[in-house]
Design a protein around this ligand. Structure first.
Ligand code: IMP
Ligand code: MG
Length: 186
């Protein structure tokens, strides 16, 4: 396939926009305000799960007005194409001692719930001052374990989505909106 055809095929797989840039920004500002209000000036540690949550974290952290630190973890849920295989592995751990912090986990999407269930259990065992989970997207219809976020900005149907940090095969993370991915498009 020549370069031009490759780019056309890349574009065609962006089936339709599900959540616009403006809708995301509005919801993120509101969530940042609510988080700031609920911690009453106490310092918080925003824990982001790489890579998918990096865009959400960048925007959410700038909408938070209480003193906050940022920490990163890398958790990989293994996918075969767009289907989860169920294995979760922590490939990079936090460098902060969470027992000194009110922790807010910032996630891109909760799908089967396995990734966050594992990460939350791991962090709880380290006795944080408190622990909450905020996710940009929630796909409740796909849940395999009993797990709910404290806050979900958008609930979406069972579509594989891309953009605003979420990828398919590492592409599309830089789209400023959330779109449905068209697996069938050539
Ligand atoms: P879970 O363990 O099944 O909840 O999977 C969560 C992780 O799978 C997310 O952090 C994403 O990285 C990835 N994931 C789940 N659904 C999607 C999707 O629709 N698009 C892109 N990545 C997804
Ligand atoms: Mg992720």
């Amino acid at each position: 396939m020549d370069r031009e055809k490759q780019i056309e095929s890349f574009q065609r797989k962006i089936k339709r926009v599900l959540i616009t840039q403006e809708e995301i920004q509005e919801a993120v500002q509101k969530a940042g305000q609510e988080i700031s209000d609920s911690y009453d000036g106490n310092p918080i540690l925003l824990v982001s799960i790489l890579k998918g949550a990096y865009v959400f974290l960048a925007d959410l952290s700038r909408a938070i007005t209480v003193p906050s630190e940022i920490g990163f973890m890398c958790a990989k849920s293994y996918y075969s194409g767009t289907v989860s295989t169920g294995a979760v592995k922590i490939t990079m751990d936090l460098d902060q001692d969470v027992s000194k912090y009110h922790v807010v986990i910032v996630e891109d999407i909760i799908d089967t719930g396995r990734t966050l269930n594992d990460v939350v259990n791991l962090l709880k065992a380290r006795n944080p001052l408190s622990l909450k989970v905020v996710t940009l997207l929630d796909k409740p219809s796909r849940r395999m374990v009993d797990f709910e976020a404290d806050k979900a900005l958008f609930t979406i149907p069972d579509h594989f989505v891309i953009g605003y940090g979420l990828d398919c095969g590492e592409y599309y993370r830089n789209l400023p909106y959330i779109a449905e991915y068209d697996e069938g498009a050539e």
